[in-house]
Design a protein around this ligand. Structure first.
Ligand SMILES: Nc1ncnc2c1ncn2[C@@H]1O[C@H](COP(=O)(O)OP(=O)(O)OP(=O)(O)O)[C@@H](O)[C@H]1O
Length: 242
């Protein structure tokens, strides 16, 4: 449980001449649900892009299960859901999941597809429809289903609950908890601090290019909440104000 799934060490990134990440040190343990939070533009997506080698930090190291992230093989245990996921519009949801399974070298299994779609409240007949007919929330569920079906041990999810209705959010959180019992972990970003508190074992706050808090949600409330009954939202606001 305590082995390191992902480790950022002194990661610096500039984009268009501006420093976005200013020496990020962060460890995500294997098998934990880890929430990364921060205001709009804090650099959460940029940090995930560095991890996935979509952009190159000027300085610092990133390791995935102990392997340097620039090696393609190191990224094999990862399954990524981008912030704005869009399946090819001409594929049906079912075809998309089958293609992705094949890409991930997982045998397409109709029962597993139905099970994951059901767990995310994606209606079976939706999988027969082309992605161009999907609502935003349906598209998000399809992307999450693809990540879950990949069988990868480390999910990297950029705002996975955005666009999900309350029922789907609740079911998604349950699916992630279940994945954790199977030894799978997730690094996810979110603006919904109540969800982070409910779901995540640990969290980090990224602010002004630096990690300003790492610990459990309860530790965040205790350290930054101010009052005993302070919400995680209040603790977050206090933390970034200091
Ligand atoms: N391709 C790019 N070129 C230049 N600047 C960029 C680029 N992508 C992101 N940035 C800048 O980097 C900073 C961090 O953006 P990023 O998308 O990582 O933030 P975020 O924390 O994910 O925000 P949000 O919560 O709004 O999704 C912002 O100031 C943004 O304008």
């Amino acid at each position: 449980m305590n082995a390191c799934a992902i480790e950022f060490h002194n990661v610096h990134l500039q984009l268009a001449g501006s420093a976005v990440l200013r020496g990020i040190d962060l460890q995500v343990r294997a098998g934990e649900l880890f929430g990364l939070v921060g205001v709009n533009g804090a650099g959460k997506t940029s940090l995930l892009k560095c991890l996935l080698d979509f952009c190159a930090p000027e300085r610092g190291d990133i390791a995935i299960f102990g392997q340097p992230h620039r090696h393609g093989a190191a990224r094999q245990p990862l399954s990524f859901l981008p912030e704005r996921f869009q399946a090819p519009y001409y594929l049906t949801g079912g075809d998309f999941l089958r293609y992705l399974s094949r890409l991930h070298d997982v045998r397409p299994d109709a029962q597993a597809v139905q099970q994951v779609a059901g767990a995310l409240d994606l209606a079976p007949d939706a999988l027969l429809r082309p992605a161009r007919e999907y609502s935003k929330g349906m598209m998000q569920k399809l992307g999450l289903a693809a990540c879950l079906l990949s069988g990868k041990r480390q999910l990297v999810l950029d705002e996975p609950m955005s666009g999900l209705d309350p029922k789907a959010r609740a079911q998604f959180k349950q699916v992630l908890r279940q994945a954790r019992t199977q030894g799978r972990g997730a690094l996810l970003t979110s603006h919904a601090l109540a969800d982070v508190e409910e779901l995540c074992d640990r969290m980090a706050i990224l602010h002004a290019g630096r990690i300003v808090f790492t610990g459990t949600p309860a530790e965040c409330r205790a350290r930054h909440g101010g009052a005993e009954d302070a919400s995680l939202e209040q603790a977050f606001l206090n933390c970034i104000a200091t």
